[in-house]
Design a protein around this ligand. Sequence first.
Ligand code: C2O
Ligand code: CU
Length: 516
Amino acid sequence: MATDPTVKGTMTSPLLSRRNILLGGFGIAATATVAACTTPAPGKAGMPSRTFGAPAPLSPSPSQRLVEKTLVAKPVSLDLGGRIVSTWAYDGTLPGPLVRATAGDFLRVSLDNQLPADTTIHWHGIRLRNAADGVPGLTQDPISSGTKYVYEFTAPDPGTYFFHPHVGVQLDRGLYAPMIIDDPNEAGDYDAEWIVVLDDWIDGTGTTPDDVLKKLIADGGPASSGGMGGMDHGSMGGMDHGSMGGMSMGTPPWGDAGDVTYPFFLINGKPPTDPDVLTAKPGQRIRLRVINAASDTIFTVTLGGHRLTITHSDGHAVEPTEVGAFYIGMGERYDAIVTLGDGVFPLVARPFGKTSGGQAIAVVRTGSGSAPAVDAAPAELSGQVLIGSQLRPAESAKLPDRAPDATVDLALQGSMKPYQWGMNGAKFGENEPLTVKAGQRLRINATNQTMMTHPLHLHGHTFALPSGLRKDTVLMAPMQSFAIDLDADNAGDWMIHCHNIYHAEAGMMIALEYAT
Ligand code: C2O
Ligand code: CU
C-alpha cells in the first residue's frame, strides 16, 4: 500500500471567487463567542435554535431484542499513571462503559446528566433515526444539568462505533465510550477481541478543553494582527495561494495535523506509565477494534513485530489488507486481525506531527519478558503506513451502481491565525445547509481548501469514496479533494463536520437537510 495520499496539486478552485465574497462572514469570527456547537442556528444567522420537547417513547417490534443501559455523565477524579486529574466521564470510568448489541436490536439508553453543564450523546457512525442523533438544536433539546434523557433507536448495521457528547468541546474530556454492533451472520474467525480506544488528554492538567479553545481563538487574534505570513498552518480558503510563497504542505501525508499540545496520549484510558496489558496465548488470532476518540490527534498504529490484516473501516468490510502500521484520524475506526507471536510486544499509537507528550502505548503479553519502554519505537513505524482511504471495499460493502441524481460542493475552509474554520464560505449557523431529496444518490464534491488535514464526518449515513470504499469519517489531507456518494435513505437533519472537535466548535460544520 502506497504511503502517498492522492493529494491534488491544484492551488486554485472554481469556488474561489464566490468564496471570496462569502468569506466576509469569517472576518468577525476570531473574536466571536464560542458557541457554534452549543447553540446551532442551522440555515440562517441569528435564527433561534429549534426546540423539540421530550422524545416520544418507542418500543421494540415483536421481533426485536431490547438492549437497555443507563449511563451517568458526571465529574470524576481519575488517576492517570499517578497524576490525578479531574474530568467528566460516563459512569466515572475511562473510556466509558461499552454499549454492545446485535445488528437489528432496539437500544434504550438513558442518560443521567450529573454534569454542571448541558450535554447530549451522539452515536457516532450509527445509521439511526434522526431524533436519536444527539445534536442539540438540530435533533433534540440539550439535556440540562440534573435531568435525564432516553435515547431509543435501532442499530441496523454491524460494526465498531463509539459515542460522545455533541456539545461544545466535551468530547475532549473523558466523555467517550466504545459501541459495538455485532453481526449475527459473521463466523467470528478469531479467538479473542480487544477494543483499543485512543485518546489525546489535556483535561484537568491545569486547563480544560474550554480554556484550550478560548486560547486557540485568542492566540489566533484578529485577522489584522495575525495575517498569513510565516505561519505554517496555511490558508483560509479564500486567500490568494500565490502569496504563500514556497510554503510547503508539511510532513507527508498529513502536513499540519493538529493544533493542541497534549501532555499525554492514552490507550483505553491509560498512559504509558501505567499501560493497559492485553494478554493472550502465542498463536492466537485476535480481532482488534481500534477507535480514535481523540479530539485533535491523528495516530499511527502498530503492534511491534506483527503484521495486521485490516478487515473493516468504520464498520464496513474491506478487502483484507495486510499492513505493518496504519493511520487513524479522529472519529475513524479500523478492525484488524493479528496472529500473536510469543513474548511481550508494544501496541503503539504515535501522534502524527506532535513533538511533545510522547505516545500512547499498551502492552500485549503472550509470554514472559519485561514490558516495553514507554517510548518503544517498533520498526513498523518507519515502514509503509496504510492510508485508510486507499483500502478497497469488500463486494458486500459496495453501494449499488448508480449515477448521482444531484451534486453539491463542500469546501472545507479556514486557518489557524486567525483561528477561524468553516464550510462553504462561513461558519456553522451562517452557512447554507446542503439539501437532498429522499431517495436520491447525492454526490458531494468535498475539497479541503486549507493547509491542515481534516477528518470529514457525516451523520446518519455512510458514504462511498470513488473506489467504492464505505466510510463515515475520512481524512482529507491539505488541498485534497474527494467525490463522496451517499444514498439519501434516512430522512432528517444531519451534520457534516470536521472531527477535529476544536475546528468543529469554531464553525467547521454544515447541516445536510432532506427537502420535502
Ligand atoms: Cu463523532 Cu458529529 O460526531
Ligand atoms: Cu478540521
